[in-house]
Design a protein around this ligand. Structure first.
Ligand SMILES: Nc1ncnc2c1ncn2[C@@H]1O[C@H](COP(=O)(O)OP(=O)(O)OP(=O)(O)O)[C@@H](O)[C@H]1O
Ligand SMILES: [Mg+2]
Length: 261
């Protein structure tokens, strides 16, 4: 059974008399452990699709099954709960809270889940260490580089041990070196922790980190490009680092490994 399966998904926006069909009958099936990229021109529906996958928005037609649940049948409260437990988001402009330090930002999703002080701090520190930011725990977002801010955002996305990371242009605001750094983290999360990764990108090189590239055009799936998994993106640098012993909730029982630069 796929981890997520969309059938005939459409999303129509109405602004007064203006109707935009942002998605027109999208079929998409993603297995646990996939790493896929979505490309397409501006306005082709990429963010709309990602928001529906992430349960931030609902389709106007079609069916969506996520981890065995029919999403369209869930109440708003159930939807928020599914989102909180299964999905980690990473955005182009990081979306960090400016008045919280790195640790505070990463602790946030755990506060929503009712994880208490000491345990919460331990897990947040571990997540920040896993993206190479163990030395930046008390830096404010304004004191971090763009690449570092994005790594804080990734730590925040993964601290809840999601099944899926959804990333909308995660390298769009970064220089190419920081962008590749973010991709090497995604690859580790995907290969070592079996977290499913779905990313939207305009960058062909970044897209190559996935094993399939879905090309959207005018709200429709134009074509799917299947890449050779073993050749996708540059090869990993260095041996796998030591691990934390924390086990991913929805992603099986393999040990989670710490990322370090
Ligand atoms: N809230 C909204 N109300 C009305 N129309 C919308 C809304 N959000 C998106 N659209 C329209 O839906 C279409 C798809 O938008 P979407 O944001 O998914 O594109 P995109 O592929 O992510 O583009 P970009 O690469 O520029 O981010 C666009 O034509 C956009 O104008
Ligand atoms: Mg977009």
């Amino acid at each position: 059974m796929p981890l997520l399966e969309l059938k005939g998904i459409s999303r129509t926006y109405r602004n007064g008399s203006v109707v935009v069909e942002a998605l027109k009958g999208i079929d998409l099936s993603i297995e646990e452990g996939d790493f896929i990229s979505i490309m397409g021109p501006s306005g082709s529906g990429k963010s709309t699709l990602l928001n529906i996958i992430g349960c931030l928005d609902r389709p106007t037609a079609g069916t969506y099954e996520l981890a065995g649940r029919r999403v369209e049948k869930l109440s708003d409260g159930e939807l928020a709960d599914v989102r909180n437990r299964l999905i980690g988001f990473v955005f182009q402009n990081f979306h960090l809270l400016a008045d919280l330090d790195a640790l505070g930002n990463v602790e946030l999703p755990l506060i929503y889940r009712g994880v208490r002080g000491k345990e919460r701090r331990r897990r947040a520190v571990e997540a920040l260490e896993s993206v190479g930011l163990g030395e930046r725990l008390h830096h404010m977002p304004s004191q971090l580089s763009g690449g570092e801010q994005q790594r804080v955002a990734i730590a925040r996305a993964l601290v809840g041990e999601p099944a899926v990371i959804l990333a909308d242009e995660p390298t769009g605001a970064l220089d190419s070196r920081s962008g590749e750094n973010v991709m090497s983290i995604f690859r580790r999360l995907n290969r070592d922790w079996r977290i499913t990764v779905v990313q939207v990108t305009h960058d062909k090189n970044i897209a190559q980190y996935g094993s399939r590239i879905y090309h959207l055009l005018d709200g429709e799936m134009e074509r799917v490009e299947v890449l050779d998994r073993h050749r996708a993106g540059p090869q990993p640098e260095g041996p796998p680092p030591g691990h934390t012993g924390a086990a991913p909730g929805a992603a099986g029982s393999e040990p989670r490994e710490v990322y370090s630069e």
